[in-house]
Design a protein around this ligand. Structure first.
Ligand code: AVJ
Length: 322
């Protein structure tokens, strides 16, 4: 790539900042919260007493692991376990250990946009489970799935944990599931975590913790804009605000401007003005019920063939087939 190309290439983040902060109402997408600092803050969120999602999914995987892996490969024909958004693999290890100790024949393919995450996970797994076959892949989900070019004989189990699908509103979630359906063969499975509707207060607390970690996580998108685009957001002039609509099951995060203020984003040649109490919408965390998951599956060409939940039904992992 020559210098000219590099200069004219606009990153997705740059485009989002420009479009989102000149729109009305203003928005920024939560996927841009995650740089090194954002990753760390999300790890801190997973340790919070209020953030029940990680513990609930961990409980499900731990208590149902034997039944889950039996569903993966009943004929013991061998398969690829492909995890989208693998992260640190803490929950996945529960299943990997169960698979190894029952002599399943499989290769683990963790996929993540962060090369750092994939490399660390790979090294960590080689230490902890030397007999595990790991082939890590760095990139966007679909680009990597295409690159893998599995043969028609390779059975695939695609796994998306953490209720990550909740960052997508239903129409986009359906597009995502349709794409997954498109790369799946008839024998292949999709194993996915969905956080469930529950006491609205429990959900609000999970996204508005008492220590302010979630607030710092949400504001990290402004910190990133400051460092990457030479901007001067004062994050103290913004309030982290969470809402939850128990009817739609949609939790939404905002940054609310406490003052009338203007911010210079020098690298984009942009001045952004905020009225007092004007909002930036940053994230949605959708909550589900069986009816909704069934509907999403139907719209995407998939069917639910099994589901696993904790005792309170606070969270569920569903298994889908074409
Ligand atoms: C990683 C998308 C599942 O929405 O629960 C946690 C991200 N945001 N606290 C979620 C998040 C605020 C998280 N997901």
């Amino acid at each position: 790539m020559d210098c000219k190309d590099q200069k004219t290439k606009i990153s997705a983040f740059e485009k989002e900042v420009y479009e989102g902060l000149t729109a009305f109402p203003k928005y920024l997408s939560s996927k841009f919260i995650y740089d090194q600092k954002g990753d760390k803050l999300f790890q801190n969120i997973m340790e919070l007493p209020e953030y029940y999602l990680t513990r609930k999914e961990f409980e499900i995987l731990n208590t149902k692991k034997s039944e889950i892996v039996q569903n993966f490969d009943q004929e013991k024909q061998g398969f690829h376990l492909i995890e989208l958004g693998a992260g640190d693999g803490k929950k996945t290890k529960v299943l990997l250990k169960e698979l190894l100790s029952n002599a399943y024949n499989f290769t683990y393919n963790p996929i993540d946009i962060s090369s750092n995450a994939v490399e660390n996970l790979k090294q960590n797994l080689q230490q902890e489970m030397p007999s595990l076959k790991v082939q890590g892949l760095v990139g966007e989900y679909f680009e990597v799935l295409d690159r893998l070019k599995y043969t028609e004989y390779d059975k695939k189990i695609i796994m998306v944990l953490g209720s990550n699908i909740g960052n997508l509103l239903h129409p986009r979630a359906i597009k995502f599931l349709q794409k997954l359906c498109g790369v799946m063969g008839n024998e292949d499975l999709l194993f996915m975590g969905f956080d469930q509707k529950k006491n609205p207060q429990t959900i609000l607390n999970a996204y508005n913790d008492s220590q302010g970690v979630t607030a710092a996580f949400n504001k990290n998108i402004l910190v990133r804009i400051n460092t990457e685009f030479d901007a001067n957001f004062n994050v103290n002039n913004f309030l982290h605000w969470e809402t939850y609509d128990p009817e739609s099951g949609t939790a939404k995060s905002y940054l609310v401007s406490k003052e009338k203020q203007s911010v210079d984003i020098n690298a984009l040649g942009l001045e952004v003005c905020f009225e007092k109490w004007e909002t930036i919408h940053t994230e949605i965390s959708q909550k589900y019920d069986d009816h909704t998951v069934k509907w999403l599956a139907k719209e995407s060409g998939l069917k639910i063939i099994n589901q696993f939940s904790d005792v309170e039904k606070a969270y569920q992992n569903y298994l889908f087939q074409k």
